[in-house]
Design a protein around this ligand. Structure first.
Ligand code: CDP
Length: 228
């Protein structure tokens, strides 16, 4: 049987992971959050006192020690770093910035992309990230580029963090997001970019339910076209 791959790319806070998780659950796909892997790699550096921006060589030397696992449970996806669960910790601000900084290093990307491609093999997957349609799964059956205004994205992320009990200021969430947008779009290797054959989905002003419906319809239409 043919396995369907859906690639969802876009900037931070566009709703990629929230929407992908819901739609994957409803349509029976495996959801793969590639951002969580960059976050876990950044946490490794933070916990080992490695300065991501100035000690790239040290990081690359330690690459084989960075063990990342994703487990799918009834309570959603859990992320493990070297055997320890880090699902909540990797959402904090220091890890977000660290992930964007570590993501410019080609050696790190190559390691994580290998893991991502392995996970995609043999399953119907929805994979979200920055370079899925352009680099990780260039032959994906459907590519969606999900975006929204910076103001909207920062507000959604601010509310999400507050709800999780993480202390933060709106302005600083927005500033960190703008930093990551620029870093992610301007890096040389596999930058954040809309694939030529991707469909643009702008969720500015949408409720979560509206965005979920929009993405679900796009995927269902594609599945009908493919006869799955
Ligand atoms: O959830 P949010 O959109 O804030 O970010 P994320 O998807 O968890 O990704 C965190 C960081 O990892 C991004 O800012 C990117 O720098 C990097 N990333 C990447 O370079 N390529 C991917 N496929 C996914 C994430």
């Amino acid at each position: 049987m043919k396995h369907i791959n859906i690639a969802i790319d876009g900037p931070a806070g566009a709703g990629k992971s929230t929407i992908s998780k819901i739609v994957a659950g409803e349509l029976g796909f495996v959801y793969i959050d590639t951002g969580a892997m960059y976050r876990a790699a950044a946490l490794y550096a933070i916990e080992h006192g490695i300065d991501i921006k100035h000690e790239k060589d040290k990081l690359i030397e330690n690459l084989d020690s960075i063990e990342i696992d994703i487990k799918h449970t009834e309570n959603g996806q859990k992320i493990y770093l070297c055997g320890k669960e880090v699902t909540e910790r990797i959402r904090e601000a220091d890890v977000s910035i660290g992930a964007s900084d570590i993501a410019v290093i080609p050696e790190v990307r190559l390691k994580l992309v290998e893991l991502q491609r392995t996970l995609a093999r043999g399953n119907h997957v929805i994979m979200d990230g920055r370079d899925i349609g352009t680099y990780v799964l260039p032959d994906a059956d459907l590519k969606i580029f999900l975006t929204a205004s910076l103001e909207d994205r920062a507000m959604r992320r601010y509310e999400e963090l507050k709800q999780k009990g993480i202390d933060c200021e709106f302005e600083s969430v927005k500033k960190d997001m703008a930093y990551r947008d620029k870093n992610d779009s301007e890096r040389e290797f596999a930058p954040l970019k809309m694939a030529e054959d991707a469909t643009l989905a702008d969720t500015t002003g949408n409720t979560l339910e509206q965005s979920v419906e929009m993405i679900k319809e796009m995927i269902k239409t594609k599945m009908e076209q493919l006869g799955v």
